[in-house]
Write a protein that binds this ligand. Structure first.
Ligand code: PMP
Length: 418
């Protein structure tokens, strides 16, 4: 058992959470309830201070100059790589490629591994709940190579039909790519079992971990995945930095994705020879300060403990589920709260999701409305859009009450209009 989170102390680390919004003409404003964490999270003072400190004292380009500042920034940059490695328990630092985020990581695999391994008639297996970042790169790969994209179906309550894999996986399946946690339904997919099945058919597995690494203990060695991608900005870090984990044997045989400075051993007028891992996949000047700040974010999460963070989010999810399911006309998407992460999406009968989000904003509640970059999933659920509230370590039960109370008011406001 891990100790529960001390939310008051945590909130004191996040300056932006003190924000009061004036949209509702309430004297002194209404407190911000930031429930849009699946889109991007806020930053603790520690991360902000790292950014300031590096710019003020340690900044220079990495791996280049033979001067003190460059050595210092290189050391910090490489220390952040080591923190990312330890965070997901990768076997070796060369398996950690810094990217701009999940989207870039998946594109890297599709271009580099995909282009060199796929042939006409080969199959790429995805699921019906994927984010566009884990759909479009594979559609593009299929268009380039003549491969075919297939989908694992989901149940009405938003869970993967895992048994369908037995007929969908064949010797033609070369890649299985799926999200660990759905960014809309919050469903936690049984990735280990899926990876085992995929491997038994000779396919490699790419895990979209944008919504899992920030919230769940991740061990890539225990999971046996081949690639896993995540984003710093969804785990208290800055934008513009992410990680692609790849198994070393695979990364070593793959051609570089981007070409440029930093990724070569030598260059001649007739060609080039790529450098060693991980430099081979980090062409150009990387996001240096962002990577170092991601290291601070990882440190912050590790000190609290991912188990405690997850338990807190499940408790908030349960409360939100109880409150929302008591409101007539609310249709909750996805499985029940015990079987998912802290994400709750819903529709409200007769009210457009954008209107719900706008009224919620007037009550200080920040949520997301729309298709959340999952158009096929929404189509499968028979809806065009939904409202999504997503929780993180600094959210409180009071904010859930504020949110549920505001949804109730939306309902009554629109009931009067119709
Ligand atoms: N996959 C999932 C499941 C996501 O939720 C997101 C972010 N919304 C992404 C991929 C893309 O992440 P990024 O925009 O940071 O590249």
């Amino acid at each position: 058992m891990t100790a529960p989170l001390d939310i008051e102390r945590i909130r004191a680390d996040f300056p932006i959470l003190q924000t009061r919004l004036h949209a509702n003409r309430v004297e002194g404003g209404v407190p911000l309830a930031f429930l849009d964490n699946a889109a991007s999270t806020q930053h603790p003072r520690q991360v902000i201070q790292t950014i300031v400190r590096v710019f003020e004292h340690d900044y220079a380009n990495v791996h280049r100059g033979i001067h003190s500042l460059s050595e210092r920034s290189t050391e910090l940059y490489e220390a952040a790589r080591e923190q990312a490695r330890a965070f997901i328990n990768a076997a070796d630092g060369t398996e950690i490629i810094f990217t701009r985020g999940t989207t870039e990581g998946i594109n890297l695999v599709a271009r580099s591994w995909g282009d060199s391994h796929l042939h006409p008639g080969d199959e790429i297996l995805l699921t019906e709940m994927e984010h566009h970042s884990n759909l479009v790169p594979w559609h593009q790969l299929a268009a380039r190579t003549g491969a075919i994209v297939r989908f694992v179906p989901i149940t009405v309550d938003g869970q993967l039909v895992v048994d369908a894999l037995d007929s969908l996986l064949t010797e033609r399946t070369k890649i299985v790519a799926l999200t660990h946690v759905s960014n809309v339904l919050g469903t936690i997919n049984p990735v280990e079992a899926i990876i085992e099945k995929a491997h038994s058919h000779g396919a490699i597995v790419v895990i979209d971990a944008a919504q899992s690494v920030p919230h769940l203990v991740t061990d890539v060695q225990a999971m046996h995945c081949d690639f896993l991608a995540f984003s710093g900005h969804k785990m208290l870090g800055p934008t513009g930095i992410g990680v692609l984990y790849g198994r070393r044997e695979l990364l070593e045989t793959m051609p570089p994705f981007f070409g440029g400075g930093g990724m070569i051993r030598r260059v001649g007028l007739g060609g080039y020879e790529p450098g060693d891992l991980p430099a081979k996949f980090e062409a150009g000047t990387p996001p240096i300060v962002e990577a170092i700040a991601l290291g601070t974010a990882i440190d912050y999460l590790q000190r609290l403990g991912l188990e405690a963070i997850h338990a807190h989010e499940v408790a908030l999810g349960q409360l939100a589920y109880d409150r929302l399911s008591a409101i007539q006309g609310v249709r909750l998407l996805g499985p029940g709260p015990r079987r998912k992460s802290g994400i709750i999406s819903f529709t409200l009968d007769g009210v457009h999701s954008h209107d719900v989000a706008q009224v919620l904003d007037h009550h200080g509640v920040a949520v997301r409305a729309g298709h959340h970059c999952t158009m096929p999933l929404h189509k499968r659920l028979g809806i065009a859009a939904s409202v999504r509230a997503s929780f993180y370590l600094y959210n409180t039960p009071e904010e859930i009450e504020q949110f549920a109370g505001a949804v109730n008011r939306v309902k009554h406001l629109f009931a009067r209009k119709h």
